[in-house]
Design a protein around this ligand. Structure first.
Ligand code: IMP
Ligand code: MG
Length: 178
């Protein structure tokens, strides 16, 4: 059934069952890869909160989780755009970090945050994302764990919003352009 979020119409895209299945598969893989490494999951708010909560419950090895917000500030790098983490209290030195995102679109957000993250001296950094849009990617960012690669169209639900709304929809919906 079609739904409206704001003034836009969306149609069903990925079912709850498919989401549960893929998230469980990622959790199993991550649990194997990080056995004994006590990784720290860092969920990027707001979009990742539902994926992070579901993914984290499928992890069967010792792990910690924390959440950050990313905010731009005027930096002095050549790119101009620098992003830092708000609410990051953990010491990341020598930790195995798994960044958890809702979606990698152009990759700009994460690529602008990487220098700050790497300057904190983590043992390793990998990215787990619910979605990627390979056609939209413009920056040098690669998802290590991805539940679904999707076409370059706008989606809502499962934590992703349109203008603040739609995050509570349990399944994924895609913009209905017809
Ligand atoms: P990036 O920096 O271009 O990778 O953009 C990532 C951010 O854009 C995500 O964290 C989302 O907040 C937002 N975004 C990109 N595509 C979508 C979409 O299809 N639905 C909802 N939010 C999106
Ligand atoms: Mg986001």
């Amino acid at each position: 059934m079609k739904i409206k979020v704001g003034e836009l119409q969306f149609r069903p895209f990925i079912t709850k069952e498919k989401i549960v299945e893929r998230v469980a598969a990622l959790g199993e893989q991550i649990s194997k890869d990080y056995e004994g490494k006590r990784p720290l999951f860092l969920g990027v708010l707001n979009g990742s909160f539902i994926f992070a909560a579901d993914l984290f419950r499928t992890i069967t090895t010792d792990a910690e989780i924390s959440f950050i917000k990313l905010a731009s500030y005027k930096g002095t790098t050549s790119t101009g755009n620098v992003i830092t983490a708000i609410g990051l209290e953990e010491n990341l030195h020598d930790r195995h970090i798994i960044l958890v995102e809702d979606i990698i679109d152009t990759g700009k957000t994460l690529s602008s945050f990487m220098p700050d993250l790497l300057s904190r001296g983590p043992a390793s950094v990998k990215i787990a994302t619910f979605l990627t849009k390979p056609e939209a990617l413009k920056y040098d960012i690669k998802a290590d764990y991805c539940a679904f690669e999707i076409e370059n169209k706008f989606v809502v639900g499962y934590g992703l919003d349109y203008d603040g709304y739609g995050r509570n929809i349990p399944e994924l919906y895609i913009l209905d352009t017809q």
